[in-house]
Design a protein around this ligand. Structure first.
Ligand code: ADP
Ligand code: MG
Length: 269
């Protein structure tokens, strides 16, 4: 995005009652393919937003833009009062340095479809790696916290297990614990249960549900309509790079207003 584009759209820092995440008119293309055409949404602190949409509708790209894995071409993303990727000095807007980006990324946890654990590290080591290596937390403190997190995701007895010794569902719960270890203010989930055998999905969704109950702000891409109905404060249906429809889970899932939303819901039910 151009500097002037950002400077015009970058607003004041978040007011105490403002949303934790503000996505305003975001655009993103890969070559000639405009994947995100004009995406706006807000996520209040302590709430869960479920993103629904057909394959290729830009859901992963949107999450990746929030977490610095892609850069946007226009619009703005603000998390906790800070513009993602840009820094304001007076009226000027500058791109962030790699160090500033790393700091910003630390406040955002992400869990992918594939568990992405380090295969040569135990569950405990996977969880303590970033706190010790990046955040410089003392090893003993990080280990104690990792054990608490393993307990929280139902894996207290698996600290010494390597990823290859864990089921997909267990690995995904370690991945969630690993993301939580950096004490993020926002958690992003990109189809966290799509790669799992059906009987392992429930445990992962239960952990996510508890996280939501504890007040974590979450953006979740999932086709688990039951989870969306039970947990989401807001459901956003994306298609063709735009938000087609958004609202409460009851509104979007049970009484969708748009034909595209109805077609999609029929295809995943
Ligand atoms: P979704 O997660 O909703 O299935 P994605 O955000 O993964 O959709 O992808 C949206 C579109 O962007 C797809 O057509 C995909 O092929 C394209 N796309 C995603 N990442 C890239 C990339 N790095 N380079 C080129 N095209 C990409
Ligand atoms: Mg995707």
């Amino acid at each position: 995005m151009s500097t002037t584009d950002t400077a015009h759209t970058a607003g004041a820092a978040r007011t105490p009652t403002g949303p934790l995440v503000e996505i305003r008119r975001v655009r993103k293309s890969f070559g000639a393919h405009q994947v995100l055409r004009d995406i706006s949404l807000e996520v209040p602190e302590g709430t869960v937003t479920v993103l629904l949409g057909p394959s290729g509708s830009g859901k992963s790209t949107l999450l990746r833009c929030i977490n610095h894995l892609e850069t946007i071409d226009g619009g703005r993303i603000i998390v906790d009062g800070e513009l993602i990727g840009y820094r304001q000095a007076g009226h000027a807007t500058h791109e962030m340095t790699p160090r500033q980006i790393a700091r910003q990324r630390r406040g955002i946890g992400m869990v992918f479809q594939r568990f992405n654990l380090f295969p040569h590290m135990t569950a405990l080591e996977n969880i303590t790696e970033a706190p010790v290596g990046i955040a410089r937390i003392p090893s003993a403190t990080a280990k104690a916290r990792a054990r608490e997190l393993l307990d929280r995701v139902g894996l207290a007895d698996f600290a010494g297990h390597y990823p290859s010794q864990l089921s997909g569902g267990q690995q995904q719960r370690v991945a969630i614990a690993r993301a939580l270890a950096m004490s993020p203010k926002l958690m992003l989930f990109d189809e966290p249960t799509s790669a799992l055998d059906p009987e392992l999905v429930g445990d992962v969704l239960d952990v996510m549900r508890e996280l939501a109950d504890d007040g974590m702000t979450m953006i979740v891409v999932t086709h688990e309509i039951g989870f969306a109905r039970g947990v989401a404060d807001q459901v956003v249906f994306m298609d063709g790079g735009v938000v087609v429809e958004s609202g409460t889970a009851a509104a979007v899932i049970d009484t969708p207003q748009r034909q595209r939303t109805r077609n999609f819901l029929e295809s995943v039910r």
